[in-house]
Design a binder for this molecule. Sequence first.
Ligand code: AHM
Ligand code: MG
Length: 339
Amino acid sequence: MSENKEQTGLTLTQHIRLEQRAFASATGEFSGLLHEILVAGKIISREINTAGLEAELVLGVAGTTNVHGEEVQKLDEYSNNTIIQLLQRCGHLAIMGSEENEEPIHIPEQYGTGKYVLLMDPLDGSSNIDVNVSIGTIFSIYKKVSPGEKGSVEDLLQPGNQQVAAGYIIYGSSTVFVYTAGNGVHGFTLDPSVGEFLLSHPDMKIPNKGTIYSVNEGNFNLWSEGQKKYVEYLRESDKATGRPYKARYIGSFVSDFHRTLLKGGIFMYPADEKAPNGKLRLGYECAPMAFIAEQAGGKASTGKESAMDIKADKLHQRIPLYIGSTEDVEMAEKFLAED
Ligand code: AHM
Ligand code: MG
């Protein structure tokens, strides 16, 4: 859809419905599913916005660790429960996978199942919660491929190129919902006065080349030679290629990715000596953002191959990630090829 007056006050629900009208076979299930995700986003957004006022109840650690051995924050748990509760009742899902749950989440029989599967990171960047830095929810939707009514883990291990839709909600200075259903990337800002996400960023495009790099440079000494040389290259002065690049690293993937989508450049979480597959998870962090990056004209790579083409072996699989402007990601791949 192009930007015009007809889009004034276009809500996310309306946008999804209008996009789906293009598909003769659309049954409304997909629109229904996305609608439930946006409702969950509003509830989580409200909780985050009042976090400071109810600090004891909402902020801090929950006293448990998750499958990755990381401390679970109260808001992590709240966001995970909110999405599971809402989504399992919608009737459109066969199975879910979450960063916070070691095993796949089956849909209780009384709610019935549908033809879609959902992967999510309910609250990404949660180490930033207590310091008022933007955090987000990431989701990825596939069609169920396993036989029978119930979903199986196979449904959650499909390569990113099979995604039907992906998106994220960033809880920042405003709450923004960005999604793609394979027809461009569109962003909506929550207007708290009316309680609706309204179209604010139609047809988002990543610049072909940027001037910002984003990486946890504290790991420099653990990196491969190619990775070190690439970052050193970005820090050199060369007017013609816009170097040195600016360094920006929030440590909250949704926020770092959102900036990269809007301004261009590259975000990376490379493999290193301690983490040979990097840190970020394929199913609910890398693949959804890769789909969005590609739909916005950008690129996502492990440094060697497209992040969209990898089929996971396990639910919580990690991969190294280079994502953002096409020229920047390709330059990173060139340096990594020397390793
Ligand atoms: P989380 O899903 O537990 O919040 O962890 C993922 C986060 C990402 O948001 C961020 O890009 C990365 O971890 C930061 O890691 P590091 O602190 O190693 O730089
Ligand atoms: Mg995460």
